[in-house]
Write a protein that binds this ligand. Sequence first.
Ligand code: SF4
Length: 458
Amino acid sequence: MSMTITEKIIARHADKASVRPGEKVWVDVDVLMTHDVCGPGTVGIFKEQFGPDAKVWNRDRVVVIPDHFIFTADAKAQRNIDILREFVAEQDLPHYYDPDFIPAGGCKGIPPAYDDPRTTPYAGVCHAALHEKGHVRPGELLIGTDSHTCTAGALGMFASGMGNTDAAFILGTGKTWLMVPETLKFVFHGTMPPYLMAKDLILHVIGEIGFDRATYRAMEFAGEALMSLNIDERCTLPNMAIEAGGKNGIIATDELTCEYVRQRTDKPFETVASDPDADVALLMEFQTDQLEPVVACPHAPDNRRPARELGDVRVDRCYIGSCTGGQITDMQAAAEVLKDREVKIETFVVPGSTEIDAQMDTVTVGDRSVRQVLQDAGCRIGPSSCMACLGGPRDTFGRANEPINVVSATNRNFPGRMGHKEAGVFLASPLTVAATAAAGEIVDPRDWIDLDKPVGLR
Ligand code: SF4
């Protein structure tokens, strides 16, 4: 029976030859990820339901990545990390990335100056760290206590976010149940123009289908334009599947995927692809070079407008960071725009992971590092973390503490998302955000880049 990639992975983990959309099955979970916001609640339920001395089902399959509220003096945020630390010690979990291993000066509160976290096990945002540290493997099944866990689908994995109760059950049993989602397929034909980024593609998709059309459905992304992107950029599409309600986002593997994974883990994996005649509930195709840079205006990710139409919007801040806009390709794209310019709007830059943070010193634009270019342009660069993507405590770097307008390379723009509930968040690609910072108003990046040159590391 023909199946999609999502159906095949679920069938394999349910120990069945095939599954159909709507069917409810128990599946074995390969990896459970949690972080500092939901981890303490998950641990509490686990202990309540399985007993104070219970052990997790498999130490090697639990990954704990504090990343959200790290660089803050907030006592409750720090207490959350302490709870995780105690649980990790008690259970002797090997995959834990402790933020306290950052050198003095870079740990509590907003660092007065950038401090190098690369000598530490701290990893940065979970959805970047998961694949960088080899926890994402094609054909496997990942559950995380975070809605953007779907990011890992970029490497051909079934990955989905769940709440603390489901996660606690997985901690105790290694199992969860799923209703098999029907698949919506999005195909990007042609070539990727240098002025578009993956963020533009997914904002087009969500703008077309609306923020709830994919509710409890798989969003499968394909096409030669998409597969021409590096792993960084591919991650942006499954990452934002949840912004349309998706259960998971997924991209089939190719040699680039397999090579990326092999460089990060020696664990075996088995790739999966959709059958060409597999049923899908929706097929939407795009001629990629006909698309233009877009912005999702407040307060919904489907509120799509062409960037060139938004010049009259007041812009108070620009922000480049998060698990979807803080990859090294995003940083390099921003640096290409800003290499001989200064920002006219205050601009915060936050690398998505400590690995990306380190790459900002080694990847160059012209004869300067990406970090140097962004600093010379007047950007403020913070240490890797979720930072203002989720608002966070009031002392969070880049947080919108006033009702300002922020043009941001992040992924969600509901009221209050970046701090103040009356702040407006305009979602855009890092190219559009950087061009906006340079122009002092929202602009189409086509006028601000070399159109003969590919974006970043593409
Ligand atoms: S960077 Fe933003 S979207 Fe990503 S995990 Fe952190 S808060 Fe969530």
